[in-house]
Design a protein around this ligand. Structure first.
Ligand code: SF4
Length: 366
């Protein structure tokens, strides 16, 4: 309920710039009370995140990061709900999306989703699988800067905003808990697919669409999830974050009403992102985690993805006394029974990237 989101958290009201097309002020944390019927499970008591001031507490209030605040503001200050998925909204979303595509010289709607047919990673799940590929971390800003002035103005006009507003939104990372180790080895950013044709521009406009037209973006995703579920029942998967680490379950809980089992790797802590029904999360270790941090997370009942410096065939069954489930063989996180390590072998695509992952400590000795 709309009022439930705003009631009881006055800081949330203070923290927002005017919603819709306006940008969120880059001030202090914004606290929003979650709707009771769509709230994720309560986080364990007494745990806080590593970053001072960035904390999800157990009173139902959430601290959103900058890019999440931008999206929430452009949703009018409230998360997207299933009731907003109407024929009229879907028609408007398609029209918005075509307009933005046209601004960068594309004709037609193109493919909204990445699927098991276009992504070898999603194909590993063995069932129809979908997701939306955005730009990770700050990559969209780099691609934006490569666009000529006329294109930048055309994009801004298609989104009914200004070039400055767009630039400012892209200065916010899409992966709030990324580290230099993970950015340097990010598989989606450095994949061969990422450098094909105009993939960079496709990801740029999808990222901008989510930041500046989130309700329309969620309508397009919702329609695809609806069709996927209708065709496959529960035998399908939705990779909720392919190349970003936004907590979509907090911003668009309405997408879970389509009942496609969702999953994601995430670098948020379990306290910051506890997940929800219909979302299977695996927490990813970075170079900032000690081995003890990882084993402690398992002790708390979680599954933790660890990149190990071995070939896929040499992935151990046990690491630091913890059971290892092979994350190379499937992308479907529902298959890993926790608590366990989801073991991933260090990947390139280039030797230099592998070497960097070893050097930063992101890839660990087996
Ligand atoms: S958080 Fe994930 S998607 Fe983002 S840069 Fe790191 S590895 Fe890539």
């Amino acid at each position: 309920m709309a009022s439930a989101w705003l009631g009881g958290c006055p800081a949330q009201v203070r923290g927002f710039a005017p919603p819709a097309r306006a940008r969120v002020a880059s001030g202090g944390p914004v606290r929003v009370k979650t709707a009771r019927e769509e709230a994720p499970p309560e986080p364990p008591r007494g745990r806080t995140s590593r970053r001072e001031g960035k904390q999800m507490n157990n009173t139902g209030c959430v601290t959103f990061e900058k890019n999440e605040r931008t999206i929430l503001a452009n949703l009018g200050g409230q998360p997207w709900k299933a009731s907003q998925f109407t024929r009229q909204a879907l028609r408007a979303a398609r029209s918005d999306w075509l307009r933005l595509r046209k601004a960068v010289g594309f004709t037609g709607a193109g493919r909204w989703l990445t699927t098991e047919l276009t992504s070898p990673k999603l194909a590993k799940s063995g069932v129809p699988s979908v997701g939306v590929t955005l730009h990770s971390s700050l990559r969209a800003l780099a691609v934006w800067r490569q666009q000529d002035e006329a294109t930048q103005h055309a994009i801004a006009a298609a989104l009914d905003t200004t070039v400055d507003d767009i630039r400012s939104s892209l200065m916010q990372t899409m992966c709030p808990r990324s580290t230099s180790g993970c950015v340097g080895g990010c598989v989606t950013t450095h994949s061969e697919q990422a450098s094909l044709g105009r993939t960079d521009v496709v990801r740029l406009v999808k990222t901008l669409f989510h930041l500046h037209r989130p309700a329309s973006a969620f309508c397009l995703t919702g329609e695809e999830l609806r069709k996927l579920r209708k065709a496959n029942g529960r035998k399908c998967r939705w990779r909720v974050n392919i190349s970003d680490d936004i907590r979509w379950e907090l911003l668009a809980p309405g997408l879970w009403t389509f009942k496609v089992p969702g999953y994601a790797y995430t670098k948020w802590t379990p306290q910051e992102r506890p997940g929800r029904k219909g979302l299977s999360l695996v927490y990813s270790a970075t170079e900032r985690h000690t081995d003890a941090d990882i084993t402690n997370m398992l002790r708390d009942g979680h599954r933790v993805a660890v990149v190990l410096d071995v070939r896929p065939a040499d992935l151990p069954d046990v690491w630091k006394g913890c059971p290892v489930s092979d994350g190379n063989v499937t992308d479907d996180l529902y298959t890993h029974q926790g608590p366990c390590i989801v073991g991933l072998s260090v990947k390139g695509p280039t030797l230099a990237i592998k070497e960097r992952m070893r050097r930063t400590g992101f890839a660990r000795p087996a």
